[in-house]
Ligand binder design. Structure first.
Ligand code: SAM
Length: 166
């Protein structure tokens, strides 16, 4: 069962420091079938329902070249999460441990990441399978998955210049 706002046995909340604003910009919005955290999968599955990642302007031209990849890494902001629980006791086993040993959505900076199957791109919308977030979740970033098993996009002239440019 997903938490609402309760503090479970063993958990510890901290006082959130004032934001040290990194200037994060939400570049889009994710449309999924789930409107309640209770319905959301804990982790997405590559055979899950198709979800639509809507890119806002002026970021849409940044999709150029993405279609050649089979999988995409999606980074999103789990905007309905509380952020102050440094120790957590997951409902699954009740064993208390630190936030950084968990993939809980409750974290100081509630960034979710997921490798998703890239189904198609339609204009400013990237259709994927494999997400686990609420409808309306803000999009932080998209990256081509670079695991060894991912089909590589066809090489383009000039690729040698940008290789390793991360
Ligand atoms: N796959 C990501 C990861 O590992 O970083 C997220 C995993 S997190 C366990 C997924 C859960 O976060 C969902 O089951 C749901 O309970 C919760 N969740 C999804 N979207 C959310 C949102 N926008 N705000 C707060 N919680 C959300």
């Amino acid at each position: 069962m997903v938490r609402r706002n309760e503090i479970r046995a063993g958990e510890r909340a901290v006082t959130m420091p004032e934001a040290n604003d990194a200037g994060l910009v939400f570049i889009g919005r994710i449309h999924t079938p789930w409107t309640d955290r209770l319905q959301c999968p804990r982790q997405g599955r590559l055979d899950g329902p198709a979800c639509r990642i809507e890119l806002f302007e002026p970021w849409v031209p940044g999709l150029e070249g993405l279609a050649g990849y089979g999988q995409v890494e999606v980074l999103y902001w789990l905007h309905e999460s509380r952020r102050d629980l440094i120790l957590q006791s997951p409902k699954s086993d009740g064993r208390t441990r630190g936030v950084f040993s968990l993939r809980s959505p409750v974290r100081p900076n509630p960034i979710g990441t997921q490798i998703a199957k890239l189904v198609r791109i339609e204009g400013n919308v990237v259709v994927v399978q494999g997400l686990d977030c609420l409808d309306g979740t803000p999009l932080v970033d998209l990256k081509p998955d670079r695991c060894a098993f991912t089909p590589l996009a066809p090489r383009q002239p000039g690729d040698d210049q940008i290789e390793g440019g991360d």
